[in-house]
Design a protein around this ligand. Structure first.
Ligand SMILES: [Zn+2]
Length: 110
């Protein structure tokens, strides 16, 4: 399995470890890339729907109402396996969901 440093899937920028972030009522662990993509960590790897909405809400600066109006064609989404101990990612699909996941989203029309 190939592992690589944490990088943005959209612009290949190297990224910092996810950190705890709080915006309005939203509490996530993640970060922001210079290309305006945001990423959110799902430590358990089995809650992707909820984490995806968190990521979209983060993208909308904590505005969940705006996040809920986003259509799939409005944004790009990538999910990567993430190892919190080594801060590395891999693109191996692990359907058993034992690894953490990082969800990246970026609005297309910015
Ligand atoms: Zn980026």
């Amino acid at each position: 399995m190939r592992r690589q440093p944490l990088q943005c899937p959209f612009c290949d920028n190297y990224l910092a470890n996810p950190v705890d972030i709080r915006i309005k009522s939203l509490e996530i662990t993640g970060g922001i890339c210079t290309c305006r993509a945001v990423y959110v960590l799902d430590r358990r790897g089995h809650n992707l729907g909820e984490i995806c909405l968190d990521a979209l809400t983060f993208l909308c600066k904590g505005d969940i109402d705006k996040a809920l109006t986003l259509m799939p064609e409005d944004y790009e989404e990538e999910t990567l396996d993430y190892d919190t101990h080594t801060n590395t990612i891999s693109r191996r699909e692990d359907k058993r969901g034992r690894t953490g996941k990082l969800i990246f989203v970026r609005l297309k029309n910015l």
